[in-house]
Design a protein around this ligand. Structure first.
Ligand code: PLP
Length: 401
């Protein structure tokens, strides 16, 4: 017999749980925001705690996040994928899950996101990990970086940040494995629409889901796709370091994923059109886009990417070399948004020297070709003619100089 319940008790428990109506299932995954989960019996709860399938506590796993993880594993052709609270949390988890120990070495491409450089320098190096940066697009530099004992992990971006160099994943994987190391690839710029790195031999495929996967600039998230044998180590880091993704954030990323292919195809077409339109502009000295025949990795991009797609990122150098002149052009933009991210539906513009790579010493930036005159564009899904017109008007002042 149910005991009577007073108002304060009913306020906490009233309504119960909606276990589904007799007919009619939602077509979209529910946002399950529960931090903890109850079970039919203590024995069942204990079984889940011991590893049986099920949910226990949201830092372990969550049903909405699990839908996103299944979707990402599917899109990457991976045995499994784990979601994280940001791209950096995903990168950190994959590096730690590789089993790297003090005295061992990470070899990382030098032309990567500034946050990745900072993670290795300010978090891993102080723990005694040897961090080696090299130009991994040059086979001789890669061989030199891999020589010697203790290389545990090789890291690169599928398309680098900000100069859009393309990594030869099959070659990196073969050389890393021959040296006894694993290969971690950050595929944020290419997405599974252009390239699925695990199929070319990478061990970890990492995404900042903040970018193309979600696509609308309204959520932070990260993903690691890998083989199932990597799951225990990745899960341990996530549970204990706590870089988990929330249910609402997982739902937003899933919502973005539904249009990923449409967006990336449109963004790639826009990038090709804008790269072509900016080439030869009197104020611009160089346009970097893997789809252009004069890009150093054009042939590799053709071989590795989905035919006809070269991604939605374009970089270019202004003839005027000063930061002030570059800022003046960016300040004149009316449509494209100067903001530090990428992969959104609106065209975003970034000045790497003062944002993503500002922590590097000026001589290091210069060596990497990240000058004050370098501008990075993340094409949105607007009409390419409007994007080009915005640049024409912003560059007009400088073009006549
Ligand atoms: N990887 C790349 C290539 C990035 O550009 C970024 C962020 O800009 C990250 C990782 C980090 O992702 P998040 O900002 O989601 O932590």
């Amino acid at each position: 017999m149910e005991l009577p319940r007073r108002l304060a008790t009913r306020a906490v428990h009233a309504g119960g749980l909606d276990h589904g109506q007799p007919a009619g299932e939602p077509t979209q995954p529910p946002i399950v925001s529960s931090a903890t989960f109850r079970h039919g019996s203590m024995a069942e709860q204990e079984a889940v705690a011991a590893g049986a399938p099920g949910y226990l506590y949201a830092r372990w796993s969550n049903p909405t996040v699990a839908v996103l993880e299944r979707a990402m594993a599917d899109l990457e052709g991976a045995e499994q994928a784990l979601a994280f609270g940001s791209g950096m949390a995903a990168l950190h988890a994959a590096v730690v899950a590789s089993g790297i120990k003090p005295g061992e070495c990470v070899v990382c491409a030098e032309d990567v996101y500034g946050g990745t450089v900072a993670l290795l320098r300010h978090v891993l190096e102080p723990l005694g990990v040897d961090v080696r940066f090299a130009d991994l697009t040059r086979p001789e530099d890669l061989d030199a970086a891999l020589s010697g004992p203790g290389v545990r992990l090789v890291m690169a971006e599928t398309m680098s940040n900000p100069r859009l160099r393309v990594a030869d994943i099959a070659q990196l994987a073969a050389k890393a494995h021959a040296a006894g190391a694993k290969l971690l690839v950050d595929a944020t710029f290419t997405t599974p629409v252009l390239l699925r790195p695990l199929q070319w031999g990478a061990d970890y495929c990492v995404h900042s889901a903040t970018k193309y996967l979600s696509g609308h600039g309204d959520v932070l998230g990260g993903v690691v796709a890998a083989s199932v044998s990597e799951r225990p180590a990745l899960e341990r880091v996530r549970r204990l370091a706590g870089g988990v993704l929330g249910a609402f954030e997982a739902w937003l990323i899933l919502r973005g994923l539904r249009t990923l292919v449409l967006r990336v195809e449109r963004q790639s077409a826009n990038a090709a059109q804008v790269a072509d339109g900016l080439r030869g502009h009197p104020a611009i000295s160089r346009v970097l886009y893997p789809g252009l025949p004069d890009h150093p990795d054009h042939a590799l991009a053709r071989r590795q990417f989905t035919p006809g797609l070269f991604g939605g990122m374009v970089a270019f150098e202004l003839k005027a070399a000063s930061r002030a002149a570059t800022f003046a052009v960016l300040d004149r933009l009316r449509l494209c948004v100067p903001a530090t991210s990428l992969g959104d539906v609106e065209t975003l513009v970034m000045h790497p020297a003062s944002s993503s790579h500002r922590d590097l010493a000026p001589n290091e930036r210069q060596r990497l070709g990240i000058g004050d005159n370098l501008v990075r564009l993340s094409l949105g899904i607007e009409d390419a003619r409007d994007i080009l017109a915005d640049w024409q008007q912003a560059l007009a002042g400088i073009a006549v100089q």
